[in-house]
Design a binder for this molecule. Structure first.
Ligand SMILES: [Zn+2]
Length: 64
Protein backbone atom coordinates (compact mmCIF):
# COMPACT_ATOMS: atom_id res chain seq x y z
CA UNK A 1 0.00 0.00 0.00
CA UNK A 2 3.03 2.23 0.25
CA UNK A 3 3.02 2.59 -3.52
CA UNK A 4 -0.56 3.84 -3.58
CA UNK A 5 0.15 7.30 -2.24
CA UNK A 6 -1.36 10.11 -4.33
CA UNK A 7 1.67 12.33 -3.79
CA UNK A 8 3.83 10.23 -6.06
CA UNK A 9 4.63 12.19 -9.21
CA UNK A 10 3.54 10.82 -12.55
CA UNK A 11 6.64 9.69 -14.38
CA UNK A 12 6.34 9.59 -18.11
CA UNK A 13 8.72 7.60 -20.24
CA UNK A 14 11.09 9.92 -22.03
CA UNK A 15 11.09 7.61 -25.05
CA UNK A 16 7.48 6.62 -25.68
CA UNK A 17 5.76 9.17 -23.41
CA UNK A 18 3.70 6.58 -21.56
CA UNK A 19 3.21 6.81 -17.82
CA UNK A 20 1.31 3.64 -16.93
CA UNK A 21 4.11 1.30 -18.04
CA UNK A 22 6.85 2.88 -15.96
CA UNK A 23 8.17 0.93 -12.97
CA UNK A 24 10.79 1.61 -10.36
CA UNK A 25 14.19 0.29 -11.37
CA UNK A 26 16.35 0.85 -8.31
CA UNK A 27 18.57 3.82 -7.67
CA UNK A 28 21.62 5.13 -9.44
CA UNK A 29 24.99 5.49 -7.79
CA UNK A 30 24.32 9.14 -7.08
CA UNK A 31 21.12 8.26 -5.23
CA UNK A 32 18.54 9.42 -7.73
CA UNK A 33 15.66 7.17 -8.69
CA UNK A 34 15.85 5.14 -11.86
CA UNK A 35 12.83 3.95 -13.80
CA UNK A 36 12.15 1.30 -16.38
CA UNK A 37 9.51 1.50 -19.05
CA UNK A 38 7.87 -1.85 -19.77
CA UNK A 39 6.46 -0.59 -23.04
CA UNK A 40 9.77 0.14 -24.79
CA UNK A 41 12.09 -1.81 -22.45
CA UNK A 42 14.25 1.21 -21.73
CA UNK A 43 15.53 2.64 -18.49
CA UNK A 44 15.97 6.27 -17.61
CA UNK A 45 16.66 8.46 -14.62
CA UNK A 46 14.19 10.67 -12.84
CA UNK A 47 16.78 13.43 -12.60
CA UNK A 48 16.69 13.82 -16.35
CA UNK A 49 12.91 13.73 -16.43
CA UNK A 50 12.62 16.45 -13.83
CA UNK A 51 14.88 18.68 -15.91
CA UNK A 52 12.56 18.18 -18.83
CA UNK A 53 9.56 18.88 -16.59
CA UNK A 54 11.01 22.23 -15.60
CA UNK A 55 11.13 23.29 -19.19
CA UNK A 56 7.73 22.04 -20.23
CA UNK A 57 5.99 22.41 -16.85
CA UNK A 58 4.11 19.21 -17.61
CA UNK A 59 4.97 17.08 -14.59
CA UNK A 60 3.43 19.40 -11.99
CA UNK A 61 0.32 19.90 -14.05
CA UNK A 62 -0.16 16.17 -14.52
CA UNK A 63 0.04 15.73 -10.78
CA UNK A 64 -3.10 17.82 -10.33
ZN1 LIG B 1 8.76 3.79 -22.93
Amino acid sequence: MLWNRPLLPVIKCRYCDKSDEVRLHGKGRSGYQRYRCLACKRTFQAKYIYNVGKQERSLSELDR
